[in-house]
Unconditional design. Structure first.
Lengths: 280, 320
């Protein structure tokens, strides 16, 4: 897909995100905006999956787990825009009886979601389980996971990291949204992760880095990651992003991690984001 | 008059070995069954499955949270994962992983937990989980099964593979009498009336079922006719069996190797309170941690032995 097409989709996704959270005065716009480019590329170009015929078992298609479930707005928008369910349903986000729960859930059977997430640190283990089964099934499609950087403070992540390296889980590509911010402030102030790249390397992973707002860089890096599939090492991409990307007053701060814009702020944000595909 | 001798004791074995045999047998029948273990293969008796199906056995190391997440992920792709570790590490250590990735996500994971309760023995309170039934029965979508002997544990292990959805299967370490027939028909959610009686109902699960049978024999010597029900499935609870029996006897004793708070007794009381308020006495551990000791010593000290069931039955009869 042309870069401009992807950028246009991502811009509409960003509009969706701020409108969704503003409508219910709750949700997590910051990380959602930061991952809009990555998830757009993933769902519109990289992943092999059938949006119109969602199957829970994910056999013979690429499977994605959003481990940092609080950025559900970006996932829901991308799923809807890629044809998993009607775009109009985005208006139900976080409302009573909606399939679009505050954090992703499977109980209301929203197409595209295979695992509940929100309580952090669990998605890498789930991804490893699915990746292992794909190998057992002779299924050469891949598993992708996305994690927040703050989420890496959870111990389960490192249990999973040890397992995947020790057992050559080389059909999984984990991506870290490395925006350096979490609810309480800058990650460095809350709990530094030290040298993140060296940590993953020391755990036995193939480590790549990319700019989460550069389509060419992401495309090339993911292609490189895929070239490591089958090479007996799990793969992680440390993706540098800007929390709040695309809305100037949400950037450069952790304050919009979990806060929704008011009407005036929403209008300001929408003024910065062109309506490319039509609002829901 | 009913005697325990009416039950042919087929030997003595640990319930965990029933799990091990059941896992092997269901593994042979159902190729989708896979097993995960957190460094307790020998204790869980999963060695035979591992030896016969090395490609379907996953050693995860001492990392139970990852094990639960992996098990959830393995259902995506069609596998039926059986996780194995001690009951404490199968529940309280990983409650949130089970809650989100297995129960809420409604994944077809079978959480198989050995060394439950006081009868784990000498390892002491750090390992003697007495809260697990409560924790697990509170989770929506979760089925909770506590079989009573070797044969029933084997039957339950095989039965849960065919039940779509999350299951908690609780069993133990010590050798206990085997009295369920090897070819008995195990039905999830359907209580077994082991002894019919008319004066008092004793509802038990796990290791306390045999104690209840012994208690019924002792009570019969005093002319008391006790009905004994093996409530192997805590959830979904067989309310019909409870109401039918207590409707006849008018009072009930519940007996379990678990905290009184949140256990089988609470579940039975809920059914009776709503439908048929009746005197109830409880045999279980009363809001305290365990300690090191032999299983027999611990059951005596913490009041979950035959004598306690007898005493509870007499007490509840006096309240009728």
């Amino acid at each position: 897909m042309e870069n401009q097409q992807l950028i246009d989709i991502a811009t509409q996704v960003r509009r969706d995100i701020v409108r969704m959270v503003a409508a219910v005065s709750s949700g997590h716009p910051g990380g959602s905006l930061g991952c809009a480019d990555f998830l757009t590329l993933l769902y519109f170009e990289v992943m092999k999956n059938d949006a119109s015929n969602f199957k829970m078992d994910g056999i013979n298609e690429d499977v994605f787990y959003l481990s940092n479930g609080h950025i559900s707005p970006v996932l829901y928008s991308v799923l809807a825009r890629s044809g998993h369910f009607p775009v109009a349903e985005l208006a139900t986000f976080r409302k009573l009886s909606s399939r679009l729960q505050g954090h992703p859930a499977t109980d209301k059977k929203i197409p595209g979601v295979r695992m509940a997430s929100g309580s952090l640190g669990q998605g890498l283990s789930c991804g490893i389980g699915t990746a292992v089964v794909k190998k057992m099934n002779g299924d050469d499609s891949l598993v992708y996971t996305l994690h927040g950087d703050g989420e890496l403070q959870e111990g389960q992540i490192w249990e999973a990291a040890i397992y995947a390296a020790a057992n050559n889980v080389d059909n999984l590509i984990a991506t870290i949204d490395y925006n350096g911010r979490q609810i309480d402030g800058d990650l460095e102030d809350v709990l530094s992760l030290g040298n993140l790249s060296q940590k993953w390397q020391a755990f036995g992973w193939e480590v790549l880095e990319m700019n989460g707002h550069d389509m060419d860089d992401m495309r090339n890096t993911i292609a490189k990651a895929k070239s490591f599939v089958g090479k007996e090492k799990p793969i992680v991409i440390i993706m540098t992003t800007e929390m709040g990307q695309g809305v100037n007053y949400m950037m450069g701060t952790h304050k919009w991690h979990g806060a929704a814009p008011n009407d005036e702020q929403l209008a300001n944000a929408l003024g910065q984001l062109k309506e490319t595909l039509g609002d829901y | 008059m009913t005697k325990t001798t009416d039950f042919e004791v087929l030997g003595k074995k640990d319930t965990r070995s029933g799990f091990g045999e059941g896992l092997l047998e269901i593994g042979r029948k159902n190729k989708d069954v896979v097993a995960l273990c957190a460094d307790l293969t020998g204790s869980l008796k999963m060695g035979d499955f591992k030896a016969e199906f090395p490609d379907r056995f996953f050693q995860v190391g001492i990392a139970e949270a990852n094990m639960m997440g992996m098990a959830a992920g393995m259902t995506v792709g069609g596998k039926i994962p059986f996780t194995g570790t001690f009951a404490n590490f199968s529940t309280s250590r990983v409650y949130d992983q089970i809650r989100q990735s297995i129960a809420y996500s409604k994944k077809n994971v079978k959480i198989c937990a050995s060394h439950a309760g006081l009868t784990l023995g000498e390892d002491g309170a750090t390992h003697q989980v007495l809260e697990d039934i409560g924790m697990m029965k509170m989770l929506p979508n979760m089925t909770v099964i506590v079989p009573c002997d070797f044969n029933q544990t084997k039957q339950a292990t095989m039965a849960i593979a065919d039940l779509e959805g999350p299951v908690y299967l609780r069993f133990g370490r010590p050798a206990v009498p085997i009295f369920v027939k090897p070819d008995a028909d195990f039905q999830i959610g359907k209580a077994d009336v082991l002894i019919e009686g008319s004066d008092v109902t004793i509802i038990a699960c796990g290791h306390l079922v045999w104690k209840a049978i012994e208690a019924a024999q002792e009570l019969s010597l005093s002319g008391i006719s006790a009905e004994v029900i093996n409530m192997h499935t805590i959830k979904p609870l067989d309310a019909e069996a409870i109401l039918k029996s207590v409707g006849k006897t008018g009072c009930v004793v519940t007996a379990e190797e678990h905290m009184l708070n949140g256990g089988l007794g609470d579940s039975v009381a809920q059914v009776l309170g709503q439908n048929l308020p009746s005197p109830q006495e409880y045999v279980g551990v009363n809001d305290t941690f365990g300690e090191s000791g032999t299983p027999a010593e611990l059951m005596t000290k913490y009041g979950i032995d035959t004598v306690n069931v007898v005493e509870a039955a007499k007490n509840v009869l006096s309240r009728k």
